[in-house]
Design a protein around this ligand. Sequence first.
Ligand code: 3PG
Ligand code: MG
Length: 398
Amino acid sequence: MTDGHAPGDPLAGLPVLEDLPELDGRRVLVRVDFNVPLTSPGRTGQPVQVADDHRIRAALPTLEWLGARGASVTACTHLGRPKGRPDPAYDVAPVRARLAELADGVELLDNLRFDPGEESNDPDFVKRLVDGFDCYVNDAFGASHRAHGSIVGPPQLLPSAAGRLLVREVEVLGGLLTGAARPFVAIVGGAKVADKLGLLRSLLRRVDRILVGGGMAFTFLAARGHSVGASLLDGDHVDDCRRLLGEAGDRVVLPTDITVLSPDGDLADGAGGTGEVRAVGLDVPEGWRGVDIGPATARGFGAVLAEARTILWNGPMGVAEDDRFAAGTEAVARAVVDAPAFSVVGGGDSVHVLDRLGLADRVGFVSTGGGATLELIEHGDLPGLEALRQAPNAPRGA
Ligand code: 3PG
Ligand code: MG
């Protein structure tokens, strides 16, 4: 390839900022992923604000690069999941206010998902979106697994490029797929096992061990014949989990003890949850709910991580937003940063815990993606990247 990347490398054929035509005085549309958490309204009488601006700051190098070349820059993003019509609950005004503080002079369009044409990738929507712009840049790594109008449409119509953040994400995550130092250990958590089965299968081809925690672990424990009480259980996927365990042998590591909450207990954000909390072995008593990995599991996972040279972590080990059940996720966070390994962390919940512990800057790379990170690792490519490779100015094979 003329751009120096081997075929099959997701960076191959991807146009970058330097591949754009002269920008001075031109109008550039930048798709960003500013789908950020907001503060809840009303509580303090304060206006709604951006609660975590990591995704906004991550796009600044691209916005600044374009501005420095004399371009007039307009950003566009989705926020939340409005149903294809304007909805004040998903107004980007708080995002626009934070962006104005961080990147003076960059405009932000209204929430893209206020128009049904965004999610349906309607060609008329795309035409309206790019009207008046000279170039398009995709720096929305976290949304590039969606074949939505603003992601896959503009490269068909305008000279286009991957922004700095998109390139960096693909470089780091793509590097894990090809050249990771060993042992390579993945930690996968979160609630929904169905969303993660494809990822687990694809990881098994590449990593030495997968540590499984979070709500998804209970479907695996059920597949091993344990009783899971009232824990999260995806009955439709017990067989898939059993098959995967059969293929993986001891490379998939499940919890050995569980922190459980009594049947009358309630979860809470922060403090204030109710009910009795205990650590039990692998069988959850009738009516009780598994809500975190137990202390022995946290130690065991820590010992595996201490030997790792590459770590990929996605998803919390328990209901970490309830202070009582953050211990497993926090122990994993500490083990990840203490390990002599290059560590990559993705997914809002895991990153949030790292931030809370002040450990985020001790991680090798914090991905801005959730689903996108997993999809890139699972499939080795994303719809947003494929679209950019088709742009009129994309580098072609020699
Ligand atoms: C995310 O937060 O994972 C991305 O912004 C994508 O959002 P979506 O899952 O609503 O498409
Ligand atoms: Mg998501």
